[in-house]
Design a protein around this ligand. Sequence first.
Ligand SMILES: Nc1ncnc2c1ncn2[C@@H]1O[C@H](COP(=O)(O)OP(=O)(O)OP(=O)(O)O)[C@@H](O)[C@H]1O
Ligand SMILES: [Mg+2]
Length: 240
Amino acid sequence: MDNSELATLQKNLQAAQEELGKLERIKPLASAAAAVVHDVRNSLGVIQSTAQFVLSKLKPSAKEKEAWELVERNVESIRHLLKGYLGLARQTENAKEPTSINELVERVTHFIDVQCGKNNIKVVKDLAEPSPRVMVESSAVESAVLNLSINAIEAMAGGGTLKFITEANGSDRSFHLVIEDTGPGIPKDDLEKIFTPFYTTKEKGTGMGLYSAKAIVTQNNGRIHCESEPGRTRMVLTFF
Ligand SMILES: Nc1ncnc2c1ncn2[C@@H]1O[C@H](COP(=O)(O)OP(=O)(O)OP(=O)(O)O)[C@@H](O)[C@H]1O
Ligand SMILES: [Mg+2]
């Protein structure tokens, strides 16, 4: 790598770090906004079912019916709008493209390398050759994997090993991508909560990371589950 390439890389890294810094600062705000949106959606749900009840059970006159339908339609459109803000329905679905999962892992590790170095975390890659390939929204899946990696890094405050595994599933064309850490693990009772929106054990967490990662993986014909014991947590992504 020559000097100008190195300079460009350093500049890009600095820009990425600044972006991350900005994101860190807006996190509490995003968290509060998400909680409000969540509650407003719930209340709108009550209004909507009331309107539906009146329409279907109370036999309103033609004029009343028109008014209640107006209420129902507008509530529905606000709920839909808020759903977008919650990340429940991503506004833009990107095109799916043939993606090499190993290359995706390389891009993610490239991004977290410096942070892992600083935190005394060893990054290990155990990647199947040839790389599994799949039709997915590459950048969305990449951000999901990045989210899982950041959780792993945050779980290993005292250092540890972060491992990426890709493995073909012999029996069919599906394959696994595993992100494994040597952090303290997740208590059994908490395992079922971690993918629900707003569940967080971190002072500054939004609790939306795993929820949105799961949404992305599901929308890309995949599944995600977590296996954890003290000293080892595995996030297993299966793509079909
Ligand atoms: N690798 C892991 N090891 C231990 N606990 C984890 C791990 N990944 C997730 N968790 C637990 O699951 C919770 C939810 O994770 P999620 O990514 O959804 O939100 P968060 O990390 O708390 O907040 P944010 O992603 O907004 O920073 C975490 O707060 C943590 O308790
Ligand atoms: Mg997180």
